[in-house]
Design a protein around this ligand. Structure first.
Ligand SMILES: *Cc1c(COP(=O)(O)O)cnc(C)c1O
Length: 412
């Protein structure tokens, strides 16, 4: 997207505002599909939690994607967006049996990640095919918040508990049709990922009725220059080849599944916010924007580095700025970063704002969540309105006369 288009969107829809480029989502989807063209049956299930606006879900549905969901609400969003139940997989962590049964009754593929629920579900619904989430205990990535494959992780059924798992399957006579892993959010090293995949293949042999093997996600996208990006072409070549080999050994053409979130939508997103104040202190120049971690929490929560550019003055001289929000506690988006000279009123653009940005936004400090705009075929479409004061108070219950008596007594 061009800066001029973004500036026009900020002018038309106000700021702050999220903007998503449908072309980038499409090209990322096609890139991943092409990387695995050596595999007969490939299934990409977009992880809805990254960005769950209905228009984005509809776009992915139109591309032929499936949907990976982690809550019954995401399942229902997917159905509302037009996904067929059989194109949706439900991969929750630690939810109740009731929620899993509710999703199952809607016809979506269930993925269970603990032995307790597996046994309860298998006893009640032995005819419903179930996928199991395995924890191969491989740590992919350095950030302890997002590495979910290691030994202490709450995710998945440990490979060391496979014998127990098999006993449950035998006793309940349930049908395991898929095996799944999601090791973490960063495939930094393809060999580490292939190593985890080997563990999955090894364990897959224990299940005789598989339809698919799901390798989760963890595709890394560059956030700043110099960042490592997962080489999906190399991964496709290596994993695809190994997968085909496994299918031959197994005696059936299985489906290879992934559930990418960030890879598909991160780079398609732009977050636009206006600079309210430029404040020079003795050591730093602060640029305070009309937003905060209520709208974009990743820098504060994960230390994520979103590149910031001044689209109002993209040819200006570069200077050092600390870009901060308006929340009444520290909310720093960039600490002494080089940006083209900023004047009050300029629009800053935060890159990589498609994944885990709007979906993690809140009303902290009683601010409205921003609107979302989809840039599609050269046109801007409003796909979510900015909240209003009514949205803030809509669920609050104003109990009448709750404090009246006290006042009267005080008056006597
Ligand atoms: C979050 C999540 C994903 C998506 O991860 P990305 O890093 O955004 O690609 C996939 N699968 C599961 C089970 C998840 O929880």
């Amino acid at each position: 997207m061009k800066n001029a288009d973004l500036l026009k969107i900020a002018k038309t829809f106000g700021d702050p505002v999220y903007v998503y480029d449908s072309e980038k989502i499409t090209s990322q989807f096609n890139r991943l599909t092409n990387a695995f063209s050596n595999v007969k049956h490939l299934r990409l299930n977009y992880a809805a939690k990254a960005l769950s606006n209905l228009s984005i879900l509809k776009l992915l549905n139109s591309l032929g994607s499936g949907l990976d969901t982690v809550s019954i609400q995401e399942v229902n969003l997917g159905l509302l967006a037009g996904f067929k139940p059989e194109s949706i997989i439900f991969t929750p962590n630690g939810v109740s049996l009731e929620e899993i049964e509710e999703a199952s009754a809607l016809g979506v593929q269930i993925n269970i990640d603990n032995l307790s629920i597996l046994e309860q579900f298998g006893n009640k619904h032995p005819d419903v095919p179930v996928c199991v989430r395995i924890n191969p205990h491989v740590m992919a990535g350095g950030n302890s918040n997002i590495s979910v494959g290691h030994i202490d992780s709450k995710f998945g059924i440990s490979i060391h508990q496979i014998p127990h798992l098999l006993r449950i399957v035998e006793v309940t006579k349930m049908n395991i049709n898929g095996i799944h892993m999601h090791t973490g959010s960063d495939i930094l090293d393809i060999d580490v990922f292939l190593y985890a995949s080997e563990i999955l293949f090894e364990n897959a042999k224990n299940f005789k009725n598989l339809d698919f093997i799901d390798f989760g996600s963890g595709f890394k996208v560059p956030y700043k220059s110099g960042d490592i990006e997962t080489n999906v072409e190399e991964l496709g070549k290596k994993l695809g080849k190994r997968f085909n080999q496994f299918c031959t050994e197994y005696g059936k053409d299985l489906t290879l599944a992934f559930e990418p979130g960030k890879f598909l939508v991160s780079e398609a997103g732009h977050f636009l916010a206006k600079v309210n104040v430029v404040k020079q202190t003795t050591s730093t120049v602060f640029a305070s924007i009309d937003s905060g971690f209520n709208h974009l929490i990743r820098p504060m929560l994960y230390g994520a580095n979103h590149s910031i550019i001044n689209i109002s003055n993209s040819n200006g001289r570069e200077r050092y700025y600390s870009v901060v929000g308006y929340i009444c506690e520290t909310d720093t988006f960039g600490n002494n970063v080089r940006i083209n000279e900023i004047s009050e009123g300029d629009i800053l653009c935060f890159k990589n704002a498609g994944a885990y940005c709007f979906t993690m936004a809140s009303n902290y400090n009683s601010r409205f969540r921003p609107p979302e705009v989809l840039w599609h075929e050269g046109k801007a479409h409003l796909i979510r309105e900015r909240e209003t004061f009514d949205d803030l108070i809509k669920n609050q219950v104003d109990v009448k006369n709750l404090f009246e008596k006290k006042k009267e007594k005080a008056g006597v």
